[in-house]
Design a protein around this ligand. Structure first.
Ligand code: SF4
Ligand code: SF4
Length: 770
C-alpha cells in the first residue's frame, strides 16, 4: 500500500492584503500564484475534502489535519470561510478526526471570525516578527504602512478567555537586524501557547544574508534567544528548539525542518493542483509542482510523485555530507528547500549548515525531561549501544580493543558538538583574535567536509577536548578571546594532517604559537597578539619565528603510539602540575622508560597492554612529587590522556599506566551510563586510604586496583614466595572487600550492579590462587 498523507495545506486565497518583502509566496522564485484563481471555489473545496476523506478511509487514518493558508485566508470573509469550513467538516468528520487550523497575518481577524472559528473548532496561528520595529522591517501593506497594530489587536482577541482555546501560537521569521532578546520579549508579551521560529527561506543559489564579521550569525541569533528561553525556564514551547531536541533524542520532530521523519504533507492550491511544500517556492519556478490535481489524481497518486517520495527518504535521501554528519539525527539535512543549488538540485547540505552545526549542540547539550524519563525507564541491563559482551569485558577488568574503540567513538560523537559550541563563543570575542578564530572556523568547516578522518584525529586529541570545555566556562572575560582563537591552532593541526596548504592567524601565548599534537614555535616581539602561519604537509612556517621550536614528541613501542606532551597550553586538565619542556636527558629517560613499560605490560598482562595501546593517546609529564610518592592522574575532559611523574623503575611505571587507564575507562563509562546514584551522601572506608571515600571514589579505586591485582598475580606466578605474592594477596583482599561495600551500599543502578559483580567475579576466580 502506498504511504499515507495526514497533513494538508489548503490554499483558500492566492492573494494577500499585506506586501511583506520577505514573503516566499510572492517574492521568491516560484511565481505560480499569478495564474491561480484568487480564491478557492465551492466545487474545488468539496473535491479536496472528498479526496482527503477517501484517503483517510482507505488508509484507516485516526486523524488528519487541514491548515487553511494563503496568501491571506481571511480575505474570504466570514461567509466564504464558513462555506469552506462547513464543507470540510461535513465531508471529513464522518470518516476521521479533523484537526482544523488557519494561518493568518491577523490584520482582518475580528470577533465575528473568532466566533466562526469557535463554531468549527479552528485553531488560529498568527505571524508576528517581534516588536513594532522588528515587525515593520518586512510585514507592511503595499503602501508601506505598518501592520503591527492590527496584528496586536488580533492577538489580544485571541487572548480573551472566550477565544483563548483557539490561539495556536505565533510564527516568527528570524531577521538578523532584530535583537533576539527584544524579539523574544515582544513575543512573550503576547502569551502565545507556542512560538514557531522560522529561518528565512534561502538556497545555495540565493544564500541567506550573512553580514561581514558575524560568523554563523543565525546560530548566534537563535543561540541568544535559546539562552534567554532556558534562563526563563522555557516559559512557552519553541518549536524549532523542541523539534531539534526531540529528533536528537529519537522522538518525532513534528516538522520538516528537523530530524529524519518522512514528510507527510501535501498542498492543495486554489485551482485544485496538488503541490509539495510551500517552502519549495524559494528554489525555482515550478519547484513545488507535481503536475497532479484533485480532479484527476488521488492523494495516493500525488504522494507517489518523485519529489514527494524524495522527501520521505530519511537518511538515504540525504547527500553524502549529511549522511556522514554526526548531527544528522537532529538536523536531518535541514529544510529540503534550503538544500537547493542549480547545479545539483537538492543533493547538498542545508545552506544553513554552518549555523546548524553550532546551534544543534547548544540545544542538544541540555537533555529534556523526556530524556530523563527515558533514562529511568530504560531496561535495567541496557548498555545503550555498547555491546553487552564489551561492557562485561570492561567490568571483568581490562576490556578489549573493540570496547576501547566503542568508548573512543562515543567520545568522538560528544567532542564534535563540544568543539562547535566552543566555536560559537567567537560571537563574544573581539579584534584580531576574533578574526583569527573566524578564519579558522571557516577553514575547519571546509576541512570537515573534505578530510573527516584528519578532523576526527585532531578533535579527539585529549587537550583539544579540554580546551573546548575551557571556552565554555562562564565568566572568562578577556581570557576568552585568547582561548577561543586557539581554534586557529586546531585548524592548523587538521590542515597539516590532511596535507592541505593554508595560511592562518594564530594567537600568541607566552611568546609562542601552539598547534595541538604538533608543537609550538617561539615568536619575536613583532608578532604582538597574533602571528601568521603557513601550513603545509611538510610543516609550519611562521613569519615571526625566532627559530626555537618545540615539537610534540612521540613514543612508539609494543603496538602503542602516544605523545609525551610537554607543550600543549591546555595540557593541565586537572591541576596536574605539568612539567615544563623536558630537557634532552629527561626526554631520553621518558623515551626509554615508556617502551620498556609497554613491553613489560605486554609480557605480564597482555590484555591490559592491548587496551592501553588502543586507548592511550598522550601522557603529560608532571613535576616530581615528594620523594617516594608516585604522581599520576586522569581528567574527566581529556579522554585518552593521563599525567604522571616518571618513576625510577619500570615496574612502577607499568603499574601506573594500567592503574590510570582504568580511571580513563571508568570515567568514560560513567559519562555514558548511570552506574550509581550520584546523590549518594555516603562516605566509605577502604583499606588503601586513610580518609573515607565518596561512592564514586570508591568505585574508581576498586576498578583501578583490580588491574593492579592482575599485574601482581602475573608477577607472583613467576616468583610465588616473594614480595609479589604478598602484593597480590593484599590487593586482591582490598578489591574483594571494596566490591562487597559497593554491592551493599544501595547506591548502584542495575547496570552498576552488573559492573561491580563483573569485578567481583574476576576477584573470586583468583581466590584459588591463594
Ligand atoms: S502576510 Fe504572509 S502571505 Fe501575505 S505577504 Fe506577508 S508573508 Fe506573504
Ligand atoms: S549540520 Fe549540515 S552536514 Fe550535518 S546534517 Fe545538517 S545540513 Fe547536513
Amino acid at each position: 500500500m502506498p504511504e499515507s498523507v495526514s497533513q494538508y495545506v489548503l490554499k483558500v486565497a492566492s492573494r494577500c492584503d499585506l506586501s511583506c518583502d520577505h514573503c516566499y509566496v510572492y517574492e521568491h522564485a516560484d511565481q505560480s500564484w499569478r495564474g491561480r484563481p484568487k480564491i478557492l471555489d465551492g466545487a474545488t473545496v468539496r473535491q479536496a475534502a472528498t479526496q482527503v476523506a477517501e484517503h483517510a478511509r482507505a488508509h484507516r487514518l485516526d486523524a488528519v489535519s487541514v491548515v487553511l493558508h494563503g496568501g491571506e485566508p481571511l480575505l474570504l470573509g466570514t461567509s466564504g470561510l464558513n462555506e469552506i469550513l462547513r464543507t470540510l467538516r461535513t465531508v471529513i468528520d464522518p470518516v476521521t478526526r479533523l484537526d482544523l487550523r488557519v494561518h493568518t497575518n491577523g490584520v482582518l481577524l475580528d470577533e465575528t471570525l473568532c466566533e466562526l472559528f469557535a463554531d468549527y473548532g479552528v485553531q488560529v496561528g498568527v505571524s508576528l516578527d517581534g516588536d513594532r520595529a522588528a515587525n515593520d522591517l518586512h510585514r507592511r501593506y503595499s503602501d508601506g504602512r505598518s501592520s503591527h497594530e492590527q496584528v496586536l489587536r488580533a492577538l489580544m482577541l485571541l487572548r480573551k478567555p472566550e477565544y483563548r482555546h483557539l490561539y495556536a501560537g505565533i510564527l516568527c521569521t528570524v531577521d538578523l537586524e532584530n535583537d533576539p532578546i527584544a524579539v523574544y520579549e515582544a513575543l512573550l508579551v503576547e502569551a502565545p501557547p507556542r512560538i514557531d521560529l522560522l529561518l528565512p527561506h534561502a538556497t545555495w543559489d540565493e544564500p541567506p544574508r550573512r553580514p561581514e564579521g558575524r560568523p554563523m550569525p543565525y546560530a548566534a541569533w537563535l543561540g541568544r534567544f535559546h539562552d534567554r528561553w532556558i534562563a526563563d525556564g522555557r516559559p512557552v514551547p519553541v518549536r524549532l528548539f523542541d523539534s531539534l531536541l526531540a529528533a536528537w533524542e529519537g522522538r518525532r520532530s513534528g516538522t520538516e525542518a528537523a530530524g529524519l521523519d518522512p514528510v507527510d504533507l501535501l498542498v492543495i492550491e486554489t485551482d485544485g493542483a496538488w503541490e509539495q511544500a510551500d517552502s519549495l517556492k524559494t528554489a525555482f519556478e515550478g519547484a513545488p509542482a507535481t503536475g497532479f490535481n484533485i480532479w484527476d489524481h488521488s492523494v495516493d497518486e500525488a504522494a507517489a510523485h518523485p519529489g514527494v517520495v524524495a522527501r520521505r527518504g530519511g537518511l538515504a535521501g540525504l547527500c553524502q555530507t549529511c549522511r556522514n554528519c554526526t548531527l544528522v539525527r537532529a538536523c536531518g539535512g535541514g529544510l529540503y528547500a534550503h538544500r537547493y543549488r542549480t547545479d545539483n538540485g537538492f543533493d547538498n547540505p542545508s545552506v544553513y549548515c554552518d549555523d546548524l552545526k553550532v546551534l544543534i549542540p547548544l540545544i542538544t547539550a541540555r537533555p529534556s525531561a523526556v530524556l530523563e524519563t527515558q533514562r529511568t525507564e530504560r531496561p535495567p541491563w541496557s548498555t545503550n549501544g555498547l555491546p553487552e559482551r564489551a561492557f562485561d569485558m570492561l567490568a571483568a577488568g581490562p576490556g578489549d580493543r573493540s570496547a576501547m574503540a566503542w568508548l573512543a567513538d562515543a567520545h568522538a560523537l560528544v567532542n564534535r558538538p563540544l568543539i562547535a559550541a566552543a566555536a560559537s563563543c567567537i560571537e563574544r570575542t573581539y579584534g584580531d583574535l576574533r578574526r583569527a578564530a573566524e578564519q579558522a572556523w571557516e577553514l575547519l568547516s571546509r576541512l570537515d567536509l573534505e578530510h573527516p578522518s584528519a578532523m576526527r584525529e585532531v578533535l579527539t586529541y585529549p587537550y583539544v577536548q579540554f580546551w573546548a570545555t575551557q571556552c565554555l566556562r562562564p565568566g572568562r572575560g578577556e581570557a576568552l578571546d585568547l582561548d577561543c582563537a586557539h581554534l586557529a591552532g586546531v585548524a592548523a593541526a587538521v590542515a597539516q594532517r590532511a596535507g592541505v596548504e593554508a595560511e592562518l592567524i594564530l594567537p600568541v601565548r607566552a611568546g609562542a604559537i601552539f598547534v595541538p599534537s604538533v608543537g609550538a614555535i617561539a615568536v619575536d616581539e613583532r608578532a604582538g597578539r597574533t602571528s601568521v602561519v603557513h601550513v603545509s604537509a611538510s610543516g609550519l612556517t611562521c613569519r615571526h619565528a625566532t627559530g626555537a621550536r618545540q615539537a610534540v614528541r612521540r613514543v612508539t613501542a609494543a603496538g602503542m603510539t602516544l605523545t609525551v606532551d610537554d607543550v600543549d597550553p591546555f595540557r593541565d586538565c586537572q591541576a596536574w602540575a605539568p612539567a615544563r619542556r623536558l630537557s634532552p636527558p629527561e626526554w631520553k629517560a621518558w623515551r626509554t622508560a615508556i617502551p620498556a613499560a609497554a613491553r613489560q605490560l605486554a609480557a605480564e598482562v597482555p590484555a591490559y597492554a592491548d587496551v592501553v595501546a588502543a586507548g592511550l593517546r598522550s601522557v603529560v609529564p608532571m613535576r616530581p612529587g615528594p620523594a617516594g610518592r608516585n604522581q599520576s592522574g586522569t581528567a574527566r575532559n581529556a579522554f585518552g590522556a593521563l599525567a604522571l611523574a616518571l618513576p625510577d623503575d619500570v615496574d612502577t611505571l607499568s603499574a601506573l599506566l594500567v592503574h590510570e587507564m582504568q580511571h580513563v575507562k571508568l570515567t568514560a563509562l560513567c559519562d555514558l551510563f548511570d552506574l550509581f546514584d550520584k546523590a549518594d551522601p555516603g562516605r566509605y572506608h577502604v583499606s588503601w586510604r586513610a580518609d573515607p571515600r565518596p561512592f564514586e571514589g570508591l568505585l574508581h579505586g576498586t576498578y583501578a586496583h583490580l588491574a593492579i591485582v592482575e599485574l601482581w598475580r602475573s608477577r607472583a606466578r613467576k616468583a610465588p614466595d616473594g614480595e609479589a605474592r604478598r602484593h597480590f594477596d593484599m590487593y586482591r583482599s582490598w578489591v574483594e572487600e571494596a566490591t562487597g561495600i559497593l554491592l551493599n551500599a544501595g547506591a548502584l543502578t542495575p547496570l552498576g550492579g552488573r559492573f561491580v559483580n563483573g569485578m567481583r567475579t574476576t576477584i573470586e576466580t583468583w581466590a584459588d590462587d591463594q
